[in-house]
Design a protein. Sequence first.
Length: 242
Amino acid sequence: MEVDNPALKDCKTLAVTHDLTCKTDQATKQAQVKVKKVVVFFIGGAGDKEQYYQDVPPHGNVTFAQRQLLARFTEKQQNKVVSVYLSYKDVRGDKDIQKYVLRHLGGDKSVYISVVGHSLGGWNGAHLSTLLKDNGYTVKTLVTLDPVGGGAGVWMISDIYFTTPKPSAEYWVNILASPKTPDISDDVADTGERWIMTSGPNINVPVDTNHRSAGVMFRAKIQGDQSACDLVYERMTRYLES
């Protein structure tokens, strides 16, 4: 096999140890091995991380999904996983995306990226997947939990994109909250207009729960005995162990 450096033409690569040895230079040299990294963005909706035009404390609905996923990883895996909790407003506009999203990626285009967005965070998170692609990144998994954003009224009072998202992700799960007993959170979602789609996601299913219950949607069995949490975790684990 020809090499650029003649002095290394008799060298052998030891794939198991990643050490390099050469007949002309018996000193052991370490080859650089790239460390795999997973970054998961959990994006909350209105009133999730901050108050939303009302005197109600932030409710952190999407953090229930966040805790479910993080609990699945072993201690060894956790060292390779970065979990970021954001507001839907944090992923709207170049400056915010640079501040809250891109800094966690460090310019590494090979990083495994996952986006889990709830309500307005599902709408803006779907847009984020496309913006990341435009910046040379790949969103491996996208989960939209009862995404909301189609109503003109919500555009006027919320920092969301005005156009319907065209997500770019290798695997997309969309879950629609379809409760037998609606509550006030469902009224709010209806006012903001749920994003109802007939094509696009790899999995697109309704779940009998209220709009506010992001954690319930994330752990509901949607494909056999598997939940969105299971499906995302499996793909991340496959990447980390490959």
